[in-house]
Ligand binder design. Structure first.
Ligand SMILES: [Zn+2]
Length: 382
């Protein structure tokens, strides 16, 4: 079994233009890299009406003992305007010690680093180390996330397999490898609120019902008080009005409807259900008629500091000399689904260039991350 070079594996992965929902052979590259180590690979293709079919990979080494899972995604966001890139985003070019390309940071570099860490671990300890290591790699993280991690987790649970700890390889570090791990994420919900009035002449307002006035009162009720003051681990929840649309070109007509949109980023003192009730209570109190359309991107979750965060921090410190800040900032990730199955912490590369033109990862960072993942495995399987 050849030892895996995380740099070459990252470049191989970048050469597969796996823009969601396409795979383009990205999972084959991972599959081929880890199967010789003894990983039993399952390719799981899921579909749902109205969404594209998605390929996923679940691979496990070992059948018993404690089970450490590395989760990640092989899909990437589109490169955008190719002329804005200084290199081909799907060639995996190396310039000045950095691998350039879409997915280098988010998160093909981290997948390659974990594969390398696993190969070195197996080289040191053999296949029968008394536990299990798995990789859960989805092709549907940057898209709707319907045929990806959620369904793979259900499939794993239905087989009676339990995961004891999970690391997600998202690019969590703010500036340098080792400065930040994520122990939770805020939830997110988007809402459209339409105030319903009665159209009429501005000079005869008693014959009309002005939805603009209703909407102003309703929005005032929503932003008039804070949702909470934050917790030890989370910043305060935030409701931000994103748009107010009436579209009335006249100066003498009271319109029939007025609409606003707002997003709520919420911590774990709320759920989308409790917030929906909170919103309705405040809207109902204004006495106006309205329609509410809510879509939930994800609930808030937290893996409270404990055994797993200590293991991650110790492993990071042993390689970088830094103890990472345990943060809950940023957008959502697939960790929101994993939290229902196992304690989960996110740790990966530096996020500065993710989703941007000239996305890149330092070769030194990828090697450091492989060493950190290896240190995590050593501590998890003493
Ligand atoms: Zn990502």
């Amino acid at each position: 079994m050849a030892r895996i070079d995380p740099v070459e594996l990252t470049r191989d992965l970048i050469r597969r233009p796996s823009v969601t929902p396409k795979d383009e052979g990205a999972l084959d590259v991972i599959h081929a890299a880890i199967e010789p180590m003894g990983f039993v690979c399952h390719r799981l293709r899921f579909s749902a009406e109205g969404t594209p079919d998605i390929d996923n990979l679940y691979a496990r080494l070992g059948t018993g003992g404690r089970h450490f899972c590395f989760a990640g995604h092989s899909d990437v966001v589109p490169p955008g305007d190719l002329r804005a890139w200084s290199v081909d985003p799907f060639k995996g070019e190396v310039i000045d010690g950095h691998i350039y390309g879409r997915g280098a940071a988010d998160m093909k570099g981290a997948i390659a680093a974990f594969c390398a860490a696993a190969s070195q671990f197996v080289e040191r300890r053999g296949r029968d180390f008394g536990g299990s290591i798995s990789l859960l790699i989805t092709g549907d993280e940057e898209g709707p996330a319907i045929n990806g991690t959620v369904k793979v987790l259900d499939w794993i649970a239905q087989r009676g397999e339990r995961i004891n700890a999970c690391i997600v390889g998202e690019p969590t570090n703010a500036k340098v490898v080792g400065d930040m791990a994520k122990i939770g994420r805020r939830g997110s919900m988007n809402t459209r609120l339409t105030a319903i009035g009665q159209q009429g002449h501005v000079a005869y307002p008693h014959l009309a019902d002005n939805p603009n006035h209703q909407l102003v009162r309703m929005l005032g009720a929503l932003i008039g008080e804070e949702l909470d003051r934050g917790t030890d681990y989370f910043q305060p929840s935030s409701l931000q009005i994103t748009t107010i649309d009436v579209g009335n070109p006249t100066t003498n007509v009271i319109p029939a409807r007025a609409t606003a949109g707002f997003n709520i980023r919420f911590n774990d003192t709320h759920s989308s259900k409790s917030l929906t009730e909170w919103i309705r209570r405040r809207l109902d109190a204004t006495g106006g008629r309205y329609e509410l359309d809510i879509s939930v991107s994800g609930e808030a979750f937290l893996t409270p500091p404990g055994e797993l965060s200590a293991l991650v921090s110790d492993a990071v410190e042993s390689i970088t000399g830094r103890r990472p800040e345990l943060s809950t900032t940023g957008g959502t990730s697939d960790a929101r689904f994993i939290r229902a199955h196992a304690p989960v912490i996110e740790f990966g590369l530096v996020g500065l260039t993710m989703h941007k033109t000239d996305e890149r990862a330092a070769i030194a960072d990828i090697n450091a991350l492989a060493a950190i993942y290896g240190a995590m495995l050593d501590r998890f399987f003493p």
